[in-house]
Design a protein around this ligand. Structure first.
Ligand code: SF4
Length: 342
């Protein structure tokens, strides 16, 4: 029995070269020293990956790791780390993503998934609690991440399956490819999608039904409620909850820090056409949130009319409005949203 609550106490090891799948209990001292998430990942990379290992070689590791609060009642308990040696920098790389995959992994009974090797053909890892197997992904290879998630859910007959998947960029080893996490959150930094693609691992799909134990449920509940209360009382909460990261567009522009016209300028004369307010007026449908998050910074958007009428998307961020807007001298909000959807 693992001595610390919040943790499951088990990691799932998968060798794609041999097809071997193992459940391993880990030393509780690792939880004391590293807490979880990227701490676990750093330690594993340090132990197992020398400077000679190419990030895209079979020997490299790809790690999906959670921490003790993931899947519990505290605010924002959705965050999960993906860790590998980065093909972009050849040093340590990690990417953090919200969504629903991390909690589902814990509910399935795993604190982390550690993947090594290289499959001889495209596969995906199917996890339903203790049942874990590699399945053929030949018909998924080449598909986008939403298509992949939908196909796996259809095949399982379960809309509650959560996935971490790559699209064509990861398959083709693009060195800044991301891994998309249900529902379209991104583990986007460091090119970790290319590491997944090099292993011919199209997706990890997980469904869990187990509990996460805490040491003192009543006190934990009271503390979690207090954390929620304090978070919602923070002055930053209302604008971030209302608009998400687009809420800082006008602030950054006013500060002269809104990259414009390929970084030649720091503010955009037509910023009001691509501001959070313009975005809400044009395309807001409803608020969306990751697992257990009281902020709900994500929004469902839909273009109501015009040439791109009906285009629906989520996860329009500050960076979207900048990179596809001001920085390319574009104030056409519908075009920005459509490009984001692509
Ligand atoms: S909804 Fe927004 S604030 Fe909440 S966990 Fe997801 S990305 Fe973070």
């Amino acid at each position: 029995m693992f001595p610390y609550k919040g943790y499951i106490g088990k990691w799932l090891y998968v060798d794609l070269t041999t097809g071997k799948i193992e459940s391993r209990e880990y030393d509780p001292a690792l939880a004391e020293d590293y807490l979880g998430g990227n701490g676990f990942g750093i330690r594993l990379l340090w132990e197992r990956i020398g400077p000679e290992v190419d990030p895209l070689a079979p020997d490299s590791l790809l790690i999906f790791a959670t921490g003790p609060l993931v899947g519990t009642l505290v605010p924002n308990p959705s965050r999960m780390e993906v860790i590998a040696k980065s093909p972009l920098t050849s040093i340590y790389g990690d990417a953090n993503a919200g969504g629903f995959f991390g909690p589902e992994l814990k509910f399935a009974g795993w604190d982390a998934v550690v993947v090594t090797g290289q499959a001889s053909r495209p596969v995906y890892l199917a996890i339903t609690d203790e049942q874990v197997e590699l399945r053929d992904a030949g018909d998924l290879w080449g598909r986008t991440t939403p298509q992949t998630e939908a196909a796996i859910r259809r095949a399982w007959g379960d809309p509650g399956v959560k996935t971490a998947a790559i699209g064509p960029a990861g398959e083709n080893l693009v060195r800044f490819a991301c891994i998309q996490i249900t529902p379209q959150r991104s583990a986007a930094r460091c090119g970790l999608g290319a590491v997944m693609g090099s292993k011919r691992l199209k997706a990890v799909a997980v469904r869990g039904h187990g509990p996460i134990h805490v040491a003192d449920p009543a006190r934990f509940h009271d503390l979690a409620v207090e954390f929620h209360r304090r978070l919602c009382a923070n002055p930053v909460y209302p604008p971030v909850s209302a608009h998400g990261t687009p809420g800082i567009v006008t602030l950054m522009d006013a500060l002269g820090r809104f990259p414009t016209r390929n970084f030649q300028m720091g503010s955009f004369p037509e910023v009001d056409r691509i501001s959070a307010e313009a975005l809400e007026a044009r395309a807001f449908v409803r608020h969306l949130a990751c697992f257990g998050c009281p902020v709900g910074c994500d929004k469902l958007r839909r273009i109501p009319d015009g040439p791109h009428a009906g285009t629906a998307l989520r996860s329009v961020e500050y960076e979207t409005l900048n990179a596809l807007g001001a920085n390319i001298w574009n104030a056409d909000l519908d075009a920005i949203l459509t490009a984001n959807r692509l």
